[in-house]
Design a protein around this ligand. Structure first.
Ligand code: SF4
Length: 325
């Protein structure tokens, strides 16, 4: 449009502040605002519906401009507000316990759509969000180029300026991308959806384990910790009778011993279609104690949003009719 380069920064700042039209961009000349209205798309995600839990957790169903929808979850913790966002519409990874993969993957999200999940929810809550997790619908490393673009954008001090250290990216274990991620974003936290203590157990729950086996995955995680100096988080969903025995705890402790890591034990949010159940509290506690007693730091994740469709992909799946706010 023949504009000086600094105009791009001005527009980027406005978008990050939540502007929804060039009319709000008061430091741009009127002629440029009009030209933007004529020539640039200013789509933003629409909040189709949300559920509010008694603990303050809010789960949003966000409409995209092609009619698809994704989810994002706003959570309150002692250390501040946290947001979990989606990176794809649906997911191709096929994890057995997950509602997001029922129906497969429709498409990848663009970087601007991920950024807009954050902006739309800041605008809706009127609160600042200082922690971000990419653990919603989709496998972030299956959309690596847009993910990278998004991380740079949300970190850009000219816009939102979110610290890389306050961002966590979760993967089901795509090893080549774990290696690239350590080089490209050494300050961003890495979480691995592990959910099993052996190759056999993992294959039964997560098809990705056939492409990248446990040994290779854990080798990449060790190397990542050594390269970045940051501990890797292992997400481990406790599923009754599948991966929650003391045998599993013993095998897991053996696999992770000596690694710079932390295990986050997650009581399963049941999804009706899977027929899987959450482990009882005592069993979860016994599992955690075993890991801790054997030198592997572990916590049981506080269960937020238990009274709403809080499991990843549940709200989208259950929204046969979308409600305009
Ligand atoms: S757990 Fe993550 S990677 Fe696995 S199917 Fe669900 S969204 Fe995809």
């Amino acid at each position: 449009m023949g504009q000086p380069a600094y105009r791009e920064k001005q527009i980027f700042k406005w978008i990050c502040r939540g502007a929804q039209s060039p009319d709000e961009m008061s430091d741009l000349p009127l002629s440029l605002r009009n030209a933007l209205k004529e020539n640039a798309g200013f789509e933003s995600l629409k909040i189709l519906s949300f559920q509010q839990s008694s603990d303050g957790t809010r789960k949003y169903l966000l409409g995209l401009d092609d009619g698809n929808c994704v989810e994002a979850v706003f959570m309150r913790y002692d250390y501040g507000n946290s947001l979990c966002i989606s990176t794809q519409v649906g997911c191709a990874m096929g994890c057995r316990f997950c509602a997001s993969t029922i129906g497969g993957k429709a498409r990848d999200l663009k970087a601007w759509e991920m950024l807009d999940e954050y902006i739309a929810i800041c605008r809706d809550t009127g609160e600042s969000i200082n922690h971000l997790v990419l653990m919603g619908i989709g496998e972030p490393f299956d959309n690596y180029a847009e993910l990278s673009h998004f991380l740079k954008d949300i970190h850009d001090p000219e816009g939102i300026g979110l610290s890389y250290r306050n961002i966590t990216v979760s993967t089901c274990g795509i090893v080549p991308k774990i290696e690239a991620f350590g080089d490209d974003f050494p300050q961003v936290n890495l979480a691995i959806s592990l959910h099993a203590s052996s190759q056999e157990e993992r294959e039964a729950l997560m098809p990705v384990a056939r492409a990248y086996d446990m040994e290779r995955l854990l080798r990449a995680c060790r190397a990542h910790g050594e390269k970045t100096g940051r501990r890797v988080t292992f997400e481990y969903t406790l599923i009754e009778g599948k991966n929650d025995s003391l045998e599993s705890a013993r095998a897991l402790a053996k696999l992770l011993k000596g690694m710079l890591c932390h295990v986050n034990l997650i009581p399963l949010n049941p999804v009706a279609e899977t027929g899987l159940k959450a482990s009882a509290r005592e069993r979860a506690e016994a599992f955690r104690s075993y890991l801790e007693d054997h030198g592997v730091p572990a916590t049981i994740r506080r269960r937020l949003g238990a009274d709403i469709d809080a499991a990843c992909g549940q709200l989208r799946k259950n929204s046969s009719t979308e409600v305009e706010r």
